[in-house]
Design a protein around this ligand. Structure first.
Ligand code: NDP
Length: 354
């Protein structure tokens, strides 16, 4: 892309700010008002439990319906995200920096003693701003972590739908685009169907780079062979099975450690850690599933360029780093129980490799 075009499009226009603000306003109102199962989060160190209203699927369906009808009536353009992608990206980036600065300031000045709002200050400004100060900061009683994960996942679908509309309009719709759209849509819908499982994950913030792949397909026509399509579907299905299966097993185990795993009583270490099912294959099998899914989103782009593989490579680095930090935390928390688990399950993510 020409620098003369690229640089101005990185400066957020008033319209991109308007789109972003409307989107967040919708999510805040829908999250509070729409009905949904209220789930208690994990028990925090002070014994408290946060509550999460899991109405994401309802909020997403309603939003897509509103946008679909508005597009049909000519009130909004379905291409607004595809056409203003870079502007929206830079507006979101500036917004994130501002929000995290506000969180830094409010976190530092908080004197709250509860586990969710107690400030954790290292004194290093960059470290505290990057990692955050409070565990579950809130704004107008909205849990911001849960809110932003939801915003990211829904935003990913909206970006993809807009890119799909553009490719239909341009007449450039390809098999690769359809595969990419289906895999991502299934992954995102699955997230909202199982939204309550997110309440027990270590850190629920996940930034996704869906725009990049769709945008790449919009500008590069890829013809896939039938075996390549079958292999791609296979990677997606196995990845999904491992990702969802592992996260589900852990979630169910945390709720009731006696629930059978794969039809057998679970193997439990020290009464706390699950060592059977996926959690007996590798200590972070859920990351393996996620990595396979990320790969399946990129494979429709073919192998002629490394550009579409940015996301799986980024995720590989992120998850290895995350897994290392999680292991340090678990070793400190579970001590000899963790050492026993390491003995029983020696692999971190991929059996016999890592
Ligand atoms: P996990 O769901 O793996 O949670 C790790 C925590 O689970 C540990 O801190 C520990 O917490 C508990 N735990 C670990 N081992 C066991 C065990 N054997 N038995 C019982 N409990 C155990 O991590 P994440 O929250 O990082 O990931 C959740 C999902 O989100 C993953 O599938 C990951 O791939 C995905 N993700 C995706 C990202 C993206 O950008 N696409 C980014 C980050 C995550 P405790 O103290 O409660 O026991």
């Amino acid at each position: 892309m020409d620098l003369d075009v690229l640089l101005p499009s990185l400066i957020p226009s008033l319209q991109s700010v308007y789109v972003l603000v409307s989107y967040f306003a919708y999510l805040a109102v829908a999250g509070e008002l729409l009905p949904g199962k209220v789930i208690r989060g994990v028990v925090l160190s002070d014994g408290s439990q946060l509550r999460y209203r899991c109405n994401g699927l309802f909020a997403l369906t309603l939003l897509v319906a509103i946008l679909g009808i508005s597009a049909k009536l000519g009130i909004v353009s379905p291409l607004v995200v595809a056409d203003r992608g870079l502007e929206l990206l830079s507006a979101t980036f500036i917004f994130c920096v501002l929000v995290t600065l506000v969180l830094y300031i409010t976190g530092r000045s908080s004197s709250d003693k509860s586990s969710s709002l107690k400030p954790h200050v290292s004194g290093n400004l960059i470290h505290d701003w990057w990692f955050g100060i409070q565990l579950n900061p809130q704004f107008l009683s909205i849990d911001l972590k849960f809110f932003f994960v939801r915003a990211g996942m829904m935003g990913w679908l909206l970006i993809n739908l807009s890119i799909l509309a553009k490719s239909v309009q341009d007449g450039s719709l390809s098999q690769s685009m359809i595969l990419y759209q289906i895999f991502c849509a299934l992954y995102i819908l699955d997230y909202f169907v199982h939204e309550e499982y997110m309440t027990s994950t270590w850190d629920i913030i996940a930034e996704r780079l869906g725009f990049m792949l769709g945008w790449w397909l919009l500008h590069n026509k890829v013809e896939l062979t039938v075996p390549a399509i079958v292999a791609n579907c296979f990677v997606f299905l196995i990845g999904y099975m491992v990702f969802r299966g592992a996260n589900k097993q852990k979630h169910i185990f945390k709720k009731n450690p006696k629930t059978p795993i794969w039809g057998k009583p679970p193997l439990v270490v020290g009464g706390k850690l699950l060592a059977s099912g996926y959690w007996g294959i590798a200590r972070h099998c859920n990351y393996l599933g996620d990595l396979m899914l990320a790969l399946s989103f990129s494979l429709p782009c073919g192998i002629s360029s490394p550009v579409p593989y940015f996301y799986p490579i980024y995720l590989l680095i992120l998850l290895i780093w995350r897994e290392r930090r999680d292991e340090v935390r678990c070793a400190e928390k579970y001590k000899e129980i963790w050492a026993e688990y390491l003995r029983l399950v020696p692999y971190r993510i991929l059996p016999y490799v890592y």
